[in-house]
Design a protein around this ligand. Structure first.
Ligand code: HEC
Ligand code: HEC
Ligand code: HEC
Ligand code: HEC
Ligand code: HEC
Length: 215
């Protein structure tokens, strides 16, 4: 019984003013499926086919996110790397490792690796990485400190109220452009002044209207 109304329903009156109609239409029961913990739970950490470690490759080897998530600055999706990116190194490094057998098999057969997707919004919500990255919202604000993760786990709820909390006040999260990929970023002392300036300069105005995210 506790789950009849989503948590979001608590805030319903506030939203209803603007958009009761849309809300009533877009919440048919089939959406229920998406409330499963798989989509909402912080800490979701599925077992991957190969124990790929960001802690090793990013934290220790120092690889840049874009080496593998090439779309993140230019496209809606960050995308997960094709096998050949791994083979750039693993043709030579640890070439006989048992752990890498599925990677070698994927490379030889041309069948993509089936990484288990971790962060996933429901179909009816629209998200675009490039827009966020362009204005200076960095990876760790939404994904946590990836460089410390042996296995990736969901760090933030990805709920609507989470999106809106930042959209209403993005100032604590706006970074200088050379800081986007820093995985343990903390706001510097002049954050407030910097954010106010950059917000004005780039005309940053995150949307709160329903159609921005529900198209
Ligand atoms: C050498 C390649 C490589 C590099 C470099 C890399 N990643 Fe990844 N990343 C992967 C692979 C492979 C997966 C899928 C397997 C997994 O989830 O661990 C992944 C998964 C992810 C996911 C979860 C995707 C999902 O399914 O929701 C996030 C978030 C992520 N990476 C962020 C980052 C960030 C941030 C950086 C830079 C700080 C980074 N990655 C650097 C290869 C890489
Ligand atoms: C820039 C080079 C580079 C790239 C690209 C790279 N790796 Fe690695 N990988 C390494 C190095 C170096 C090690 C550590 C070797 C050691 O421990 O001596 C390693 C170790 C590993 C190990 C542990 C192997 C073992 O037997 O201990 C796995 C698994 C792995 N990588 C998976 C991947 C996957 C999957 C990708 C592609 C998404 C990838 N790597 C891309 C350099 C790379
Ligand atoms: C404003 C929040 C936010 C920022 C900043 C952000 N991400 Fe994401 N990321 C998400 C959300 C939300 C999803 C799920 C998207 C979906 O399901 O449509 C996601 C999904 C992903 C995925 C899974 C594949 C995909 O594209 O859906 C990867 C990989 C990823 N992010 C990497 C990164 C990297 C690397 C950065 C930094 C350059 C980054 N993200 C910055 C929120 C963010
Ligand atoms: C940490 C801060 C932050 C979080 C979290 C965040 N956003 Fe944003 N988002 C922004 C900022 C800043 C902009 C403004 C970009 C601009 O004005 O150019 C923006 C812009 C957008 C836009 C507007 C794109 C356009 O066409 O102008 C969409 C859509 C969007 N975000 C969706 C989402 C969704 C969906 C989520 C949650 C899954 C989310 N955002 C989470 C900071 C954030
Ligand atoms: C910044 C992006 C954003 C804006 C603006 C936004 N939503 Fe959402 N909305 C989302 C995301 C993301 C989800 C999925 C949440 C989840 O999976 O937990 C969602 C989910 C929903 C749901 C499903 C129930 C729920 O709470 O998960 C309804 C209904 C909804 N939104 C209605 C609205 C209405 C009405 C408005 C306008 C007042 C609005 N949304 C504005 C991002 C947004």
């Amino acid at each position: 019984m506790a789950q009849i109304f989503p948590r979001w329903a608590n805030k319903a009156p506030a939203y209803a003013a603007g958009a009761g109609a849309l809300a009533a239409i877009v919440v048919p029961l089939f959406i229920w499926y998406y409330f499963s913990p798989k989509y909402t739970d912080v800490g979701y950490k599925p077992r991957q086919p190969v124990p790929y470690s960001h802690k090793l490759h990013v934290g220790e080897l120092g690889l840049d996110c874009r080496y593998c998530h090439a779309g993140v600055e230019v496209a809606a999706v960050a995308s997960v790397p094709p096998t050949k990116v791994c083979m750039n190194c693993h043709k030579l490094v640890k070439r006989d490792s048992e752990l890498l057998a599925p990677i070698r098999a994927s490379f030889e057969s041309g069948t993509p690796m089936r990484w288990v997707r971790i962060h996933k919004l429901p179909q009816y919500a629209y998200f675009d990485h490039s827009i966020h990255v362009r204005v200076g919202v960095g990876c760790s604000s939404c994904h946590g400190d990836i460089a410390q993760m042996e296995e990736v786990q969901q760090a933030k709820p990805l709920s609507m109220s989470w999106c809106l909390d930042c959209h209403r006040n993005p100032d604590p999260y706006l970074r200088r452009s050379d800081q986007i990929f820093v995985t343990d970023w903390q706001p510097p002392e002049d954050q407030q002044a910097f954010a106010a300036e950059v917000r004005e300069e780039m005309k940053i105005a995150p949307p709160e209207d329903c159609t921005a995210c529900h198209r």
